[in-house]
Design a protein around this ligand. Structure first.
Ligand code: MLT
Ligand code: ZN
Length: 482
């Protein structure tokens, strides 16, 4: 621990007790690497305030002693966004002890949850008052409200309900100087200039530390059904989606995966089995819900929606879940993709978006271009077709030494994929953020005016680079302090 870090830890312990700072290396270890094991950080301490006042004190003192902070929730970032720098210069600011639901009301369908509330717990709390929070993703058991808001997380229901930007009605955040932005009041109308709530959402903890958020709730699901449909191309999948969208707004998820991803799940996730013949080239999962006893039964709706496409040959095979257990089993396959791809070994992963109608062509052409250019690789794109967002993984050649292959090939592959994304009018980060993984690519691909604006905002709010150094955009600390 360097002298400044010592001073910070000592001053906070003197004020709030020893428990506010963890310095035992064994206790710190789980929080130093990302889930995919791609980034390894180091830090001598983790600060865990449990109230707004304590977070304010942490930021004020960190500023006074010039110790950078890395805000962290469940540490589920896919882009190294919550991993501290490897040189040990920063201290982790964990929000996990700020985990109260301050209010939750079925009347206005709003809740105020602190940053450390775990998504699955929040789902339960909403369910207990007959509502739900319609954002879901594989890491629901660890991801926290603060992290989800800070990264503008997406997941599998964006098609109907949007990303966190649409679901957060306001935030409370501590700014780098220790002052508080209190935007929790959920005003429907508020035209006092720049939208500071939205500025903080998706800022990856680089402008302020979100301590609580006001979240919108929607009617609870009365019943749901999940269909599994197989076809031969993403173009057919998109045609199916467009047909469905013209007929109903009860469909919440439309997820696509190729046969290769399904095979990987079946091989690596125990208890999974293919809902239809796994040999079909492409598979989609479609969820429909009813929120009211008077609504059309979702299983009937899905069966009707699929009948004509099946007869017309647009869909090769389809099955609709006959029970909640079966619906859950279909979802287990979808949510198992990340885990199974991780178990398979090294792949160069990208989280990208394009205009929805351009995505099938992108998937076709980019897949072919990458496989042709990088001999022996296999491109696998899966995910949220309905949002124009896929996770584009480039697998190593079968015979390759995967670790070595990854180190030598990944940068060139990523640049090639991202160049194609830009040509398609898309984004190199659809829902995972920039973190440290994509920072240089953002810098390279800009556009330059965008990066300059991001940097100007960072400089205005955090000129000393106190918050999450090295993530999203860089500022030279030395220059900014002069
Ligand atoms: C998903 O949709 O499964 C997640 O965003 C994670 C991933 O990229 O694998
Ligand atoms: Zn995703």
């Amino acid at each position: 621990m360097n002298p400044s870090q010592h001073q910070l830890v000592d001053s906070l312990r003197a004020r709030f007790g020893a428990g506010i700072a963890e310095t035992d290396p064994q206790m710190l270890a789980p929080w130093l690497a990302d889930w995919r094991g791609r980034f390894q950080g180091a830090t001598p301490a983790m600060l865990s305030p449990s109230s707004l006042e304590e977070v304010q004190a942490v930021l004020a003192q960190a500023g006074a002693f010039a110790v950078p902070l890395v805000p962290q929730g469940g540490n589920t970032s896919m882009v190294g966004g919550a991993t501290p720098p490897a040189d040990g210069s920063a201290v982790i600011l964990s929000l996990r002890r700020m985990n109260r639901i301050r209010s939750i009301s079925p009347e206005d369908s709003l809740a105020i949850a602190e940053a450390g509330v775990i998504l699955a717990d929040f789902h339960d709390a909403a369910g207990a008052i007959g509502r739900r929070f319609p954002l879901d993703l594989g890491s629901r058991g660890s991801a926290t409200i603060g992290g989800l808001a800070s990264t503008n997380a997406g997941g599998t229901q964006v098609l109907r309900w949007g990303t966190m930007r649409a679901l957060v009605a306001g935030v409370e955040a501590v700014l780098p100087d220790g002052s508080v932005h209190d935007g929790l009041s959920a005003l429907k109308k508020d035209n006092r200039g720049y939208d500071l709530n939205q500025l903080l959402i998706g800022a990856e903890g680089t402008l302020g530390v979100i301590t609580a958020a006001t979240l919108r709730l929607v009617p609870a699901v009365a019943t749901r059904a999940v269909a599994w449909a197989a076809m031969e191309s993403p173009d057919q999948a998109l045609s199916l989606l467009r047909r469905i969208e013209r007929q109903t707004d009860a469909v919440e998820s439309f997820e696509i995966m190729p046969a290769e991803a399904l095979a990987s799940v079946l091989a690596h996730i125990p208890g999974t089995r293919a809902p239809v013949d796994a040999k079909h080239r492409w598979h989609v999962l479609i969820e429909a819900v009813a929120t009211d006893a008077g609504d059309r039964a979702p299983e009937d709706l899905l069966a009707d929606l699929l009948r004509q496409p099946l007869e017309a040959g647009l869909v090769g095979d389809a099955v609709v879940s006959a029970s909640e257990a079966q619906a859950e089993a279909f979802w287990r396959i979808r949510h198992g993709i990340s885990e199974s791809e991780r178990a398979r070994g090294a792949a160069v992963q990208h989280d990208i978006s394009a205009p929805v109608d351009a995505m099938p062509r992108f998937m076709r052409e980019a897949g072919a271009a990458i496989e042709a250019r990088f001999a022996g690789t296999q491109a696998v794109a899966y995910g949220h077709l309905g949002d124009g967002n896929v996770h584009f993984h480039v697998r190593a050649p079968v015979a390759a030494d995967r670790g070595h292959w990854y180190a030598s090939e990944a940068p060139a592959i990523t640049r090639a994929v991202h160049d194609l994304v830009v040509q398609a009018g898309g984004s190199i980060s659809a829902e995972h953020g920039i973190g440290q993984m994509k920072r240089d690519e953002l810098e390279r691909l800009g556009p330059a005016s965008r990066v300059a604006t991001l940097r100007a905002i960072k400089r205005a709010l955090d000129p000393a680079v106190l918050l999450n150094p090295g993530k999203l955009v860089t500022l030279a600390r030395r220059l900014d302090r002069s």
